[in-house]
Write a protein that binds this ligand. Structure first.
Ligand code: NDP
Length: 450
């Protein structure tokens, strides 16, 4: 066991993120690296006993095949703290009482995170306190700037980690290997060779009781604004000299600064829709507006689509579509790169020129390249052959990857403040157009294949 235990203090530990993603992620981290000594301090306004919290930790970590010794050590040293609110003197006192380094993880909706940060400003906090903030960072560009300014009052940037777990997915990191370690692709990675890029994250999950957060966010803010724009920046950025900081965030920022809505027109470049009653995997799903806690008048979308252009020498003229939807027919997160047709097809080759398409699957984890080949039966007729491979699952869940780096104070997978703000800047015109109802809210049946 490492000598110095880390206090992992989760604000909002009663929520969905903590039990469904953070604790399982921690479990995979401890299963692959049993040397870490972590105490999990759950903080919330809801009541829970230490024993209940420790039982939950035992169950969730046990499911991740975390070794017995590590599991016992984490569970026994963990505790639950009920607070009246998340900022202020009560929390500062708790942090100052803890022995060893602490990571304060804001697993709260964005408005509550901002309130908690406000409450902590002016409090005496431990000198080496690390802050970890969940996406979305703020509720809009102004909110992101405000939050960044508040956070800067609490800690210098080297002790601030903004979390977007998509950056912890091994298939997302795989984009870097695929792009920069293959001459064939590297030389073709530009507007001369690529016609169109699509980055899609569709899920079968409907609301699943998350109205409190989701009905205020919607698909654009929940998925496109952070997850998909960050993936896009990795797909389109220039080549880094090293996979390290500051190279990676510098180049992500560089490409995001060049990114604009297609045609600068939020109405033509965006689409929003909301699911009505339907069936997903044979199960009836009620209409989004009939889900508990949803306010139909908010017009929250459950599917968002935007088309962007990275206006630089490499990408100008290539539409880049980002889309995410809930309650759809399948779980499918993919990066699809469609290459241009050859300039000339020799006479005698029949059937038209099939498209070359590279697909990097985030879910399922798969890579495939489709090539034009002759068919077996008619030798001069072209068809498509797919070369594909399943990509190995990482033993670390995305949150395990991210938490390990936060505990080690490694910023590689953290979202830098200026990168977070730039993501909001790109989508501001869409958010405004949707708020003022200039883009119609379409409908789709739950379970639809789009
Ligand atoms: P929840 O809505 O479940 O909120 C977490 C906890 O925060 C609640 O249990 C509640 O605890 C407290 N809380 C909720 N609303 C308020 C409020 N208005 N003021 C103060 N406290 C409040 O959110 P999630 O756990 O789903 O998500 C937390 C953060 O993580 C969000 O920013 C979300 O974007 C992000 N995230 C979530 C993912 C997920 O799948 N859940 C995935 C990726 C990111 P109590 O009442 O006990 O104090």
């Amino acid at each position: 066991m490492s000598a110095q235990p880390i206090n992992f203090v989760i604000l909002g530990a009663s929520g969905d993120l903590a039990s469904r993603l953070l604790l399982p992620g921690l479990g995979t981290l401890l299963a692959t690296n049993g040397d870490r000594h972590v105490r999990v301090i759950g903080v919330a306004r809801s009541e829970k006993s230490d024993a209940e919290w420790q039982d939950l930790i035992r169950t969730v970590l046990g499911e991740q095949e975390c070794g017995r010794a590590a599991l016992q050590q984490v569970a026994e040293s963990s505790r639950w703290v009920q607070v009246e609110d998340y900022g202020g003197a009560e929390l500062a006192a708790l942090l100052n009482d803890l022995d060893g380094p602490s990571v304060l993880y804001f697993a709260l909706p964005p408005a509550a995170t901002e309130q908690a940060c406000e409450g902590l400003c002016g409090q005496d906090l431990p000198d080496d306190l690390v802050l970890a903030l969940e996406k979305p960072f703020g509720n809009d560009l102004e909110g992101a700037r405000r939050l960044n300014a508040l956070v800067a009052e609490l800690a210098p940037e080297e002790r601030v980690f903004r979390v977007d777990h998509f950056l912890g997915k091994n298939t997302v990191l795989n984009v870097l290997g695929v792009r920069f370690a293959n001459l064939l692709l590297e030389t073709a990675w530009n507007a001369d060779r690529i016609e169109r890029i699509e980055i899609v994250a569709d899920e079968t999950l409907a609301l699943e009781g998350r109205a409190g957060y989701y009905d205020n966010a919607g698909a654009l803010i929940d998925m496109v604004q952070s997850h998909l724009l960050l993936v896009m920046s990795l797909v389109t950025m220039e080549e880094p000299a090293r996979i390290a900081t500051p190279e990676l965030p510098d180049l992500m920022l560089h490409t995001l600064r060049s990114t604009h809505l297609w045609g600068d027109d939020p109405i033509e470049a965006s689409k929003r829709a909301r699911y009505i009653e339907g069936e997903v995997d044979g199960k009836r799903v009620p209409a989004y507006v009939d889900e508990e806690g949803v306010d139909a008048d908010r017009n929250t979308e459950t599917l968002a689509e935007v088309t962007l252009e990275v206006r630089n020498q490499r990408w100008a003229g290539v539409p880049i579509l980002l889309r995410s939807g809930k309650a759809l027919a399948e779980d499918r997160s993919t990066i699809t790169v469609r290459f241009r047709p050859v300039r000339h097809l020799p006479e005698g080759l029949e059937g038209g020129c099939p498209e070359n398409v590279l697909t990097i699957g985030m879910t399922p984890q798969r890579i495939a390249l489709s090539l034009a080949t002759n068919t077996d039966t008619q030798r001069l007729r072209l068809s498509t052959t797919e070369l594909g491979a399943e990509l190995g699952e990482s033993p670390l869940r995305p949150y395990g990857e991210i938490l390990g780096r936060i505990f080690d104070r490694d910023h590689l997978l953290s979202v830098r403040g200026d990168v977070a703000e730039e993501c909001w800047r790109i989508l501001e015109p869409v958010i405004e157009a949707w708020r003022s109802d200039r883009v119609p809210l379409e409908e789709y049946a739950a379970g639809a294949a789009i």
